[in-house]
Ligand binder design. Structure first.
Ligand SMILES: CC(=O)SCCNC(=O)CCNC(=O)[C@H](O)C(C)(C)COP(=O)(O)OP(=O)(O)OC[C@H]1O[C@@H](n2cnc3c(N)ncnc32)[C@H](O)[C@@H]1OP(=O)(O)O
Ligand SMILES: CC(C)C(=O)C(=O)O
Length: 558
């Protein structure tokens, strides 16, 4: 018997807010960021970070540009305590960075926390206690007044102790933990009491952090909670409202975005969303969401491969290949219509205009990713992708009619192999079909005399034999097709022709693509040669090689 029974759950009660303002706001400025990788991220790991790993991650967070970094829960474990001490004693904290530490509102933990922070230039003490109905009733078994007393007593203890260390620039953050499960009037009541107990100033505001400790509703309801709170809290001008969302319903980033629209000033999160259960709000994604809207995220994320390497080394959590913005596959298109659109847009994108490339929300190069990874070829791919690879890697600008034909050959191969084709394999498929010069007829030498009627004399090699062709006509191609037409006994008509230079400079080469018919039969030829005339002539010879071979067989049979 399955226990899968939705009736044991209750819907979340929405907030009564009929005149909400947040839906009409837009996000046009980055929030104050606070990384909680070293605390919330760390407390969720199978093996919490060592001091050395924490130092490495801290250095990365500084490099990315975080100005507030929650470095741990120093009263919780010796490594967390030691790490904070080393940061301070080894002078590893830049002047413009403030470290933050978390503590429960309990005296011995607060004392140990203050001890860890001795000598810090600046610090934020983050005090929390759970305020939700279920925690009050079932975990703490306390009344609202008793829960308020825990918070207020804790804050008073902190206030008293920090006063004894005036050389440190102290700030307080308070979190009504499990805010999303807390009645809004009670969240406001307890926070008002904390603000009152701490006594913030306009210069040194208190941080009230409103966590979606567990994400319990759709993000619009969370935004209503934030807007309601911001409207009802007293002394709003002395308060920085912070968000700390989790991802239980998969909407941690959306909730943070709507929460900012609803009035929050600050956001806590982790790189790539590491954190309790389904994780914390992913700072990289939120910051890149700002970036992709033309807003400076105030975080430097260009060196994404270094970020991934350090985070993976410190958390032992691999990065999902489809992780927003930074996953290995997020700029890769396998499917034909996506490849076609990307190829067309990239070829028209100029440096002066804003980014306008279908299927690529941002330019992969901004994050140190090359376009090489953008288009990869499997059985879902179309001509645009194949053409893109041949152009990007080998300089071939296949004409449309040839793209279709080459894509068919590539698809047949991907289907037969049931896997992606590597870029070299795509070239191989193309080369085997069109550039197998040893089997194809090709020029050994030629002489072209230009006059009213151009004269061509060409020495050809085909299947181990040499023969000479002489022709007359208008232009090199015409002279050769005249000669071949005589040899093969049928008219030759060129239906498609295009050519372009392949490489620049001294090693310049030309490529010709040709489609012609001999009687009723259609042939395709491609040739790469050092000069354009030779490329043109060789393309015709390549195209007609099967007909020349067939003729030789007939002659031999006679
Ligand atoms: C949502 C969050 O992420 S909150 C942060 C959570 N992070 C962590 O817990 C990681 C680090 N924590 C730890 O290592 C340990 O919990 C310690 C060292 C802080 C405390 O250890 P212990 O005292 O052994 O255990 P524990 O945390 O279970 O303490 C529970 C007791 O503290 C009380 N308590 C829990 N949270 C708080 C709080 N924020 N403020 C005051 N009292 C609290 C509980 O009511 C309970 O009281 P009881 O013993 O009278 O029943
Ligand atoms: C301590 C608080 C902010 C927390 O981590 C949470 O509620 O998730």
């Amino acid at each position: 018997m399955s226990n899968f029974d939705h009736t044991k759950y209750r819907p979340f009660t929405p907030v009564r807010l009929t005149d909400r303002q947040w839906p009409d706001r837009t996000l046009d400025q980055a929030p104050i960021w606070c990384s909680v990788d070293l605390r919330d991220g760390n407390q969720a790991l199978v093996d919490p970070m060592t001091v050395a790993q924490k130092k490495r991650l801290f250095a990365l967070l500084v490099k990315i540009g975080f100005k507030q970094i929650e470095v741990g829960f120093p009263a919780a474990s010796q490594p967390d305590f030691d790490f904070v001490r080393e940061l301070i004693e080894e002078n590893l904290i830049p002047d413009d960075v403030t470290i933050q530490v978390l503590t429960q509102a309990r005296e011995h933990l607060i004392d140990r926390t203050i001890e860890a922070l001795q000598g810090a230039k600046k610090a934020i003490i983050h005090v929390y206690n759970s305020t939700s109905t279920v925690q009050r009733e079932r975990v703490f078994r306390m009344s609202r007044a008793e829960i308020i007393a825990i918070a207020v007593e804790g804050v008073k203890m902190v206030k008293e102790r920090v006063a004894q260390h005036p050389d440190t620039d102290w700030r307080l953050e308070y979190s009504p933990e499990s805010f999303t499960g807390t009645e809004l009037d009670f969240a406001v009541e307890i926070c008002d009491a904390v603000v009152q107990a701490w006594g913030p100033t306009p210069e040194k505001k208190i941080i009230l952090n409103l966590p979606a400790t567990v994400e319990m509703s759709t993000p619009n309801v969370f935004a209503d909670q934030i807007e309601w709170f911001c409207r009802h809290i007293q002394q709003r001008e002395l308060i920085e409202i912070s968000l700390h969302t989790h991802n239980d319903r998969g909407c941690g980033i959306a909730a943070a975005e709507l929460g900012l629209m609803a009035g929050a000033d600050r956001v806590e999160g982790t790189l790539m969303g590491n954190g309790e259960r389904t994780g914390n709000m992913d700072v990289i994604t939120l910051a890149m969401n700002f970036y992709s809207q033309g807003v400076d995220p105030q975080l430097y994320l260009a060196e994404v491969d270094e970020i991934i390497e350090v985070v993976e080394a410190c958390t032992q959590i691999p990065t999902h290949p489809r992780h927003p913005y930074i996953g290995e596959l997020v700029y890769t298109a396998f499917s034909g219509s996506h490849q076609d659109a990307i190829k067309k847009c990239l070829s028209q994108q100029s440096a002066e205009e804003g980014w306008q490339v279908a299927y690529l929300p941002i330019d992969p190069q901004d994050l140190g990713r090359s376009y090489e990874a953008v288009i990869r070829i499997n059985s879902q791919s179309g001509k645009g992708g194949v053409a893109y690879v041949l152009e990007a890697d080998y300089g071939l600008q296949l004409p449309r009619w040839l793209q279709i034909e080459v894509a068919r050959a590539v698809q047949a191969k991907t289907e037969a192999l049931a896997r992606e084709l590597k870029r070299e394999e795509i070239w191989q498929t193309f080369a085997e079909q069109y550039l197998a010069t040893e089997q194809q007829a090709h020029l050994i030498s030629y002489k072209l005399e230009r006059s009213d009627r151009d004269q061509l004399e060409a020495v050809i090699q085909h299947q181990g034999e040499h023969f000479t062709l002489k022709g007359e006509g208008k232009g090199a191609l015409h002279t050769l097709t005249q000669a071949l037409s005589k040899r093969l006994g049928q008219a030759i008509e060129i239906s498609e022709f295009s050519e372009h230079a392949l490489t620049q400079g001294s090693a310049a080469q030309a490529v010709t693509y040709i489609q012609l018919s001999l009687g009723e039969t259609r042939f395709v030829g491609v040739a790469i040669s050092e000069d354009t005339v030779a490329a043109n002539l060789n393309a015709v010879l390549a195209a007609l090689s099967p007909a020349l071979a067939q003729q030789r067989e007939l002659v031999a049979a006679d």
